[in-house]
Design a protein around this ligand. Structure first.
Ligand code: GLN
Length: 473
């Protein structure tokens, strides 16, 4: 079977009877098996996916199929799916099964999407390379010596290597956009509160967003339209009406685009990434759009703000994994306190422990004001300055990442280098605005380059139509 690049192409052929949903699922399962060395999936749900495919085939024949019939989806291992294992790629959740289904997944299923399996990621979504999984590194399908990015690396590779059409990942500081850039696919992080977080295992609750990977903007828009919107189980989700994103992708206006001077002048920016971004900006100018450089001196404070606040939230969120209620419990303890300590010592990986300790430190009585309170104040300044830019500009365009994918193992001794990979993506999470990464060519080593576009809060509609325009022009 050939590979498909869009739901539309799949639907066409399903409708024509060229193949069935069952054959489609079998095809993806074969691709997963044949590329098992990439380690993108922790587990496939082969039997039930085939069973659902049979039902969807029936519905298509009877003309009563949902919007997502023919869409085969993979889910990052931080999203709950009732009676299915959930591990957050961590040993501490060994043996744990979800007792309910995330709202986003529930809504996918209601529109006849097929869930094919659970995808590898950095432990508790902490990382930028997918080297922090307790279940092994994920490899980039463009070159398997290279990382796919993280933390949703498995989800990005699954779309890149045709193991499913779409993946749901999560983006707390770039975990959808950065791997999308490294793998050459589209990755959307919507506004904070656009998609319910119910059933998403929390890392940093005031930053966490469910995001979408696809091969094109249309599929991503369609999935967003299905899963976004109010949910009684998440009080932080917005009541703003959800537009029919997939129907509003026409783009025929002239827009004002800003780029942040500090991003293109930043020291660590790879030359090829820089020139690919500049070429795109130049093309926009030639097409009659306004493109202007703006100063954003706060850029250097965004990453420290992000790491102070997310580690603080993580230390609180991850306190629940104590060996009593979830998954793994150490067998080498003699009393309750030791059981807690041993379980957490043995169950969590190095990066997760580092962040819990950092977070506990910034929240401790003597340092709370110096770090946590200060970072909250700076977050506000960054938000105000960013919102201000959107008073004048429609979009901010910048590289998704300073570099293309790096070789597996090369950043492990240099954490600052690893954290710097998130330099351009964290702003959208600190502020809560929507942002997307779209493919923007390849570097001379054959690895994909990503272009990022940010828009004002709840402006996904324009963000998506502009991204589609950028991809096509
Ligand atoms: N790489 C960032 C981090 O390690 C972002 C993670 C994410 O978005 N989940 O925190």
């Amino acid at each position: 079977m050939k590979e498909f690049d869009s739901l539309e192409a799949i639907r066409q052929e399903l409708q024509d009877g060229s193949f069935t949903c069952i054959q489609l699922v079998e095809h993806y399962l074969t691709n997963i098996q044949q590329q098992a060395h990439l380690n993108a999936f922790l587990e496939t749900y082969a039997q039930e996916a085939l069973e659902r495919a049979r039902l969807v085939d029936q519905k298509i024949a009877e003309n009563r199929a949902g919007k997502l019939a023919g869409m085969v989806v993979g889910i990052k291992d931080v999203l709950c799916y009732e009676n299915h294992p959930l591990q957050c790629s961590s040993k501490i959740l060994e043996g744990f099964e979800s007792q309910f289904t995330a709202t986003a997944i529930q809504r996918l299923l209601a529109e006849d999407a097929i869930i094919i399996g659970r995808q590898n990621c950095d432990e508790f979504a902490m990382g930028s390379s997918n080297e922090n999984s307790a279940y092994g590194v994920v490899r980039n399908a463009a070159n398997s010596d290279y990382v796919p990015g993280g933390s949703s690396g498995g989800s990005a590779v699954a779309v890149q290597a045709n193991m499913c059409l779409v993946s749901l990942g999560t983006d707390t500081g770039g975990s959808v956009r950065q791997p999308a850039a490294f793998c050459g696919v589209v990755g959307l992080k919507p506004s904070y509160g656009r998609i319910s977080r119910y059933g998403l295992a929390a890392y940093a609750s005031s930053f966490d967003c469910i995001g979408i990977f696809g091969k094109n903007v249309e599929d991503v828009a369609l999935v967003l339209e299905v899963i976004a919107g109010p949910d009684e189980f998440d009080s932080t989700v917005s009541n703003q009406p959800v537009p029919a994103y997939a129907q509003s992708l026409q783009f025929d206006k002239k827009v004002k685009v800003a780029y942040l001077k500090e991003t293109l002048e930043s020291e660590g920016l790879n030359e090829e990434v820089k020139s690919a971004t500049e070429a795109k900006l130049q093309a926009l100018r030639q097409q009659g759009h306004t493109v202007e450089a703006v100063d954003f001196p706060l850029l250097e404070y965004i990453l420290p703000t992000y790491y102070i606040l997310t580690t603080a939230e993580a230390s609180s969120n991850l306190a629940r994994y104590d060996g009593v209620r979830y998954g793994f419990r150490s067998s080498s303890s003699e009393d309750l306190l030791q059981m807690y300590t041993q379980t957490r010592t043995e169950g969590f990986g190095t990066e997760v422990k580092r962040r819990i300790m950092l977070g506990t430190f910034v929240l401790s009585a003597s340092y709370y004001d110096a770090y946590y309170t200060k970072a909250q104040q700076v977050r506000r300044l960054i938000k105000d300055a960013t919102d201000q830019l959107f008073q004048e500009y429609d979009f901010i365009v910048l590289p998704t990442t300073p570099n293309t994918a790096f070789k597996i193992g090369t950043h492990n001794d240099n954490l600052v280098q690893m954290y710097l990979e998130d330099l351009f993506t964290v702003q959208a999470n600190v502020v809560g605005i929507p942002a997307i990464s779209i493919p923007n060519g390849e570097a001379s080593n054959g690895l994909p380059i990503g272009l990022q576009v940010m828009a004002a809060t709840y402006n996904e509609e324009n963000l998506l139509s502009f991204s589609r325009y950028l991809l096509e022009n």
